[in-house]
Write a protein that binds this ligand. Structure first.
Ligand code: FES
Ligand code: FES
Length: 154
């Protein structure tokens, strides 16, 4: 089986996997980073959202071979101590209900704020449009992103 060097959460890993194994499975099954969730597997829910080179990406759609020489950040990589603005915003707004979609939601928000520290509501809506929440926490997600924006101003 081929092996791949990956940079995940600023740590170098070498994994053995088939070239077309989705990075989602590499993260969860080979690296034990289970914060990233499997929802639909067909790019329709956003539960598997991670950051690849600063862009939000659906991990279920990205073969491991395409992730070499890229910087992958998962929800575990935002910060270990909850100090990332998105983590603080999520906590302040008490967003999760069942919680399943939330790592993906947080990574979509984090990717947005990497590019734009003060996005408009339209930009927020566009950036979050691929992430579904069956519990309907959308209002609190938006509130949390606004808290995160305020946090970034300090
Ligand atoms: S599991 Fe990847 S988009 Fe749903
Ligand atoms: S909090 Fe339950 S699916 Fe979003």
């Amino acid at each position: 089986m081929p092996s791949y060097k990956l940079n995940v959460n600023n740590t170098e890993y070498t994994v053995e996997a088939e070239a077309d194994m989705p990075i989602l499975w590499v993260l969860r099954d080979l690296l034990n980073l289970t914060g990233t969730k499997y929802g639909c597997g067909v790019a329709s829910c956003g539960a598997c959202t991670i950051m690849i080179d600063g862009n939000a990406a659906f991990g279920c759609q990205r073969p491991v071979a395409s992730c070499v020489n890229k910087k992958i950040i998962t929800v575990e990589g935002l910060s270990a101590d909850g100090s990332h603005a998105v983590q603080k915003g999520w906590q302040k707004a008490a967003v999760p209900q069942c919680g399943y979609c939330q790592p993906g939601q947080m990574m979509a928000a984090a990717a947005l704020l990497e590019k734009d520290k003060n996005p408009s509501d339209d930009a927020i809506a566009a950036a979050m449009s691929g992430n579904l929440c069956r519990c309907g926490t959308y209002h609190r997600i938006k509130e949390a992103i606004h808290y995160a924006i305020e946090e970034l101003k300090h």
